[in-house]
Write a protein that binds this ligand. Structure first.
Ligand SMILES: [Zn+2]
Length: 457
């Protein structure tokens, strides 16, 4: 490794190492083999997301990609799938040790091998598959459905998250653990069905507060799934190189490190996320956002930030429903729902001062330092963003996501025995929730699309 690479990794991988990564394990090669029969849009979404996540932590990649026109929307401009994959990984990591081949020969020794499609050699470590909303990783080739492609995008994206999680764990010595997962059903393994939804996400006008890793992942997936409505995103923060270890929409140039050197300008996180879908960026902190007073009435507010007391401020808006997702130091991606009076609020669920309470004895993470309570790995943020995107695809007044008692779903991506846990958090005298009469005064004159969810409005 040369000095440029050493300096780049020292800066970029601070949070990855904080999360418990072993830098020697990150040097182990990962080979991704895309079969000649895996060129559908869903297969391309899966392949591009997988290498996007891998390049953010692993330092050696080998790509085997067939000749195919690009059909996914992708993070970069490209004409072919191979161009898109190569340009994506080198934009994320300019010092990546990258090799490519048109056929599955000369795979680096000791590589973790991952296959997408069916026309593949036997004996790879891991194969991706999907049907509808169900994503799968297996130790034998599994069919990736190609009929009526849009309904398979969610499963293909889910399979990519599972594969990236498993690859990371495999480089750190874990055995391959085959599994199936459906983020809409919030089911796994033998329970996982093929329920799916197609885009575009259509939930009205949306305000996204925060452009960190989960938000970046949400916008990355919305780009592939499709989205309509006016979306605003507000965040005053600028990209830093150590954010690129988990922000799916962010390149090293965005963080001011073009060509792996700290010679560029860092860009606002809000702009980086907004560009993915054509949303409107507002590079300000929510609490000092000058346009807030003039902002339209949003149908939905997504609280995806955790600093400057933002959760309590958003809880006090009296919105009929708040949805958001998070990662934790314990290998989880979590979906949260908050309906006034029924559920607790985001500030009560995740108190700012107690972020470290997520550190339980089972987690491998090194306790978060004060300046970085949100260390995560790319597949955790990616899965949290996809979990929220799935929630938005199914958002409906009569859906169990809205009507059910459960309001917190936790997905364990250390891929142990049990993947899902759900919980019910009641509103036990939350000081942030507005009384029904105040919510009525605020929202009844101009009800938003989801106002019926709150009986007070
Ligand atoms: Zn509260």
């Amino acid at each position: 490794m040369n000095d440029t690479a050493r300096r780049f990794y020292a800066e970029r991988d601070a949070r990855t190492v904080q999360y418990g990564a072993d830098t020697a394990a990150l040097e182990r090669p990962i080979a991704v083999l895309v079969a000649t029969d895996a060129t559908s849009r869903s297969a391309q979404v899966s392949a591009l997301a997988l290498v996007n996540m891998l390049a953010r932590v692993h330092r050696r990649l080998h790509l085997v990609v067939p000749v195919a026109d690009l059909r996914a929307r992708a993070l970069v401009d490209a004409r072919t799938l191979a161009d898109a994959m190569i340009t994506t990984v080198t934009a994320i990591n300019p010092v990546l040790a990258l090799t490519t081949a048109p056929t599955p020969t000369s795979i680096p020794a000791n590589a973790i091998t991952i296959g997408i499609g069916t026309e593949l050699p036997t004996g790879l470590d891991l194969y991706l598959g999907w049907r509808g909303g169900r994503g799968e990783i297996a130790t034998a080739s599994c069919r990736a459905s190609s009929a009526s492609e849009e309904e398979h995008i969610l499963g293909a994206a889910t399979a990519a998250c599972l594969a990236a999680a498993m690859a990371f764990r495999a480089t750190h010595g874990s055995a391959i653990r085959p599994t199936c997962l459906n983020l809409l059903e919030r089911t796994a393994d033998t329970d996982a069905g093929t329920t799916s939804r197609t885009g575009p996400v259509d939930v009205g006008n949306v305000l996204v507060v925060g452009a960190g890793a989960v938000s970046q992942a949400l916008f990355y997936w919305l780009r592939e799934i499709g989205v309509v409505g006016k979306w605003d995103i507000v965040d005053g923060d600028f990209a830093e190189l150590h954010n690129t270890n988990r922000c799916l929409g962010m390149t090293s140039a965005d963080a001011g490190w073009p060509n792996a050197l700290p010679r560029g300008e860092s860009r606002p996180k809000a702009n980086i996320a907004a560009e993915l879908t054509g949303a409107h960026p507002h590079p300000h902190w929510y609490d000092t956002w000058p346009d807030l007073a003039y902002a339209p009435r949003y149908d939905l507010v997504l609280p995806l930030a955790n600093e400057r007391g933002v959760r309590a401020q958003i809880a006090a808006l009296g919105e009929p429903i708040l949805l958001h997702s998070t990662t934790s130091p314990n290998w989880t991606a979590e979906l949260h729902r908050h309906i006034p009076d029924r559920d607790d609020c985001p500030a009560c669920r995740i108190p700012a001062a107690q972020a470290s309470s997520f550190l339980c004895a089972t987690g491998p993470a090194i306790p978060a330092t004060q300046e970085s309570p949100d260390a995560a790995l790319p597949f955790l943020s990616a899965t949290a963003g996809l979990l929220l995107a799935a929630g938005l695809l199914e958002l409906h007044e009569e859906n169990e996501l809205v009507t059910g008692r459960q309001n917190h779903w936790r997905l364990h991506l250390e891929l142990g025995h049990r993947l899902w846990q759900s919980a019910i958090h009641l509103n036990n005298g939350c000081p942030h929730t507005l009384p029904p009469a105040v919510r009525q005064t605020l929202h009844t004159p101009a009800p938003g699309r989801w106002s019926n969810i709150d009986p007070a409005i």
